[in-house]
Design a protein around this ligand. Structure first.
Ligand code: ZN
Length: 263
C-alpha cells in the first residue's frame, strides 16, 4: 500500500515507526562499527562510556534523546561523547523514513530496510579502517535473493542485476588496473569493486551508471572535506549513499532526465 494512500493518522504513525526503528538501527550499527575498528568482529556485551568505562543504562541508549538530554556528555564522568553516535542514529532514521515514504507499506520497503544496515556498517568501517569487509556484502546479496520472489518479475530482476554486476565489476576492474599502472599506485581497492557489483544487483544496468556518477560527485566533496583534515579518503561511503539513493529514486531521476532530453 502506497504511503500517500494511508489515512493521515496512520501515515503519521507509520512514519514515526520508520524513524524510530531506523534510529535504533543506526545506534546499533554505530556501536558495531566502533567495536569492529577496535578489533572485535561481533558486538557483544553492553555499550560502555569510552572515558570511564561505565556500562550505559537504558535511558542513555535512547537514540538522539539520550545524547541531546545530556548535552553530548557521559552521565557519570561528564566526558564528551562525540556527535558521531547521534549523527548515525539520525542517518538511520532518515534511511528508514525515506524507504517508508517512497515505497509505503510494502515488501520492497522491508527489503531496503534490511539492506540499509549493511550499507551504513560498510560506510562507517570504511571511514574508520579504510576496509570494506565481505560479510555485510554477502548479507546484502542474501537480502536481494530472499526478496526476489516477491518482486513483480523475478527472472527479469535477477538477470538485469547479475548482468549489471558483472559489467560494472569487469569494466571498473579494467579501468582500475589501467589507472594503477598509469598512476603507479592503487587507485580503487578490491572492496570498492565488490561493493559496486553488490549495488548493481539492486539498481540494474542504468541504475548503476547513475550510482557511479552520483558517487563520483559525492566522492569529490568528501575527499575535499577529509583532505582538509589530513585524512585518507575512503570511497565506500559515497558508493553506499549513491546506491541507496538510486534504489529509492533512481527510476524517477532517469524518467525526469529522459523527458528533459526528449523535449
Ligand atoms: Zn563516562
Amino acid at each position: 500500500m502506497s504511503f500517500h494512500a494511508l489515512p493521515p493518522a496512520l501515515a503519521a504513525y507509520f512514519a514515526a515507526l520508520c524513524a524510530l526503528t531506523g534510529a535504533c538501527m543506526g545506534s546499533f550499527i554505530n556501536c558495531w562499527a566502533l567495536r569492529y575498528a577496535a578489533g572485535q568482529r561481533w558486538p557483544t556485551g553492553r555499550s560502555r562510556c569510552p572515558h570511564c568505562g561505565r556500562a550505559l543504562g537504558f535511558f542513555d541508549l535512547i537514540p538522539l534523546f539520550g545524547w541531546l538530554s545530556l548535552g553530548g556528555r557521559c552521565r557519570y564522568c561528564r566526558g564528551p561523547i562525540g556527535p558521531r553516535c547521534p549523527m548515525t542514529e539520525a542517518a538511520g532514521a532518515l534511511l528508514y523514513l525515506a524507504a517508508g515514504v517512497t515505497f509505503g507499506v510494502t515488501l520492497h520497503t522491508l527489503e531496503l530496510m534490511l539492506l540499509s544496515p549493511a550499507l551504513l556498517l560498510l560506510s562507517l568501517i570504511d571511514l574508520d579502517t579504510m576496509e570494506l569487509p565481505g560479510g555485510p556484502m554477502l548479507y546484502a546479496v542474501a537480502v536481494f535473493l530472499l526478496f526476489l520472489p516477491a518482486h513483480p518479475q523475478p527472472p527479469e530482476r535477477l538477470w538485469r542485476g547479475v548482468a549489471a554486476a558483472a559489467a560494472v565489476f569487469t569494466g571498473m576492474l579494467t579501468l582500475t588496473l589501467a589507472m594503477d599502472k598509469l598512476l603507479g599506485r592503487e587507485s580503487l581497492g578490491g572492496g570498492d569493486l565488490k561493493l559496486m557489483a553488490v549495488l548493481a544487483l539492486y539498481t540494474g544496468p542504468s541504475g548503476i551508471l547513475l550510482t557511479l556518477i552520483a558517487a563520483c560527485l559525492l566522492g569529490f566533496v568528501t575527499m575535499a572535506l577529509l583532505r582538509a583534515r589530513g585524512r585518507a579518503f575512503p570511497f565506500g561511503p559515497a558508493l553506499c549513499a549513491s546506491g541507496f539513493f538510486t534504489a529509492l529514486w533512481g527510476e524517477a531521476v532517469m524518467d525526469w532526465y529522459w523527458t528533459l532530453m526528449m523535449r
